[in-house]
Design a protein around this ligand. Sequence first.
Ligand code: NAP
Ligand code: MN
Length: 257
Amino acid sequence: MEKYAFVTRPDDVSFGIREEIRKRLDPAAYAEDEKNPDTVFVIGGDGTFIYAVHQYIDQLDDVRFYGIHTGTLGFYTDFEDRDFEAFMDVFLQKKWKEVYYPLLTCEAGDQTFYAINEIRIENAARSQEVDILINDEYFEKFRGTGLCICTQLGSTAYNRSLGGAVIQDGLDLIQITEIAGIHHSKCRSLDAPFVLKGDSRITLKASNFRGAVLGVDADAYPICEIGEVRIHVCECTRVRMLQGRKVSYLKKLQSLF
Ligand code: NAP
Ligand code: MN
């Protein structure tokens, strides 16, 4: 018996698709199980996908995601609602292949966080000083509102709003972007998005992070009591995704603007 669950954006079109999927799955072969699913159907937008990954963050080795976009094209799946028949056919005939998305891990004090889009340090209350080390080598002192470290997939999200580069799919890279960096005679930093190899390890140190939050995709956590955070791509856990068709990356990018 295969088990499945849904993460659905709360709108009528998405709820309609959820009902249609339920109808198509033969109860003799498929059982709905929200707690321990094999497949999670994600119905909604890129934001819904991020939410779904975080919902099952402790079960990523056992769960695979299969998404259908309602509304616009997105980066996390290649199916739109008008492709519903193809979407179901691929699933029922098992005509998919499994693809993997990297996760960023962030160690902060005794806690570990995982992100699929980006990790951010943001201080809205005061200018934050941060020492940046890459692979344990000192790089620079940043001063400003904060920093954003994104994956290839996350490059079209917050990173893009910060003027970061869009990274084409298939490239194993991460990127550091400044959030409102201060640059004057006494205070200099790179002041440009920095694209790094995917296995780079980034350490952000501060004498204190008072007033700052750690942004992890759609969540934020206070980090006042912590002196440093370490960010790198997770070696063991990845997000498993079923891919049943391929829309060109340029088409997806065009749909953004
Ligand atoms: P959300 O409403 O779920 O997402 C905000 C927007 O970002 C939505 O339009 C969403 O697309 C889009 N998005 C999410 N991931 C994307 C990706 N990888 N590539 C392109 N677009 C993407 O907001 P949320 O739940 O607070 O935060 C989730 C993500 O939104 C964060 O990880 C962050 O990257 C992004 N965000 C961006 C800004 C900004 O650009 N200033 C501010 C806050 C958050 P859909 O409409 O398809 O869901
Ligand atoms: Mn979108």
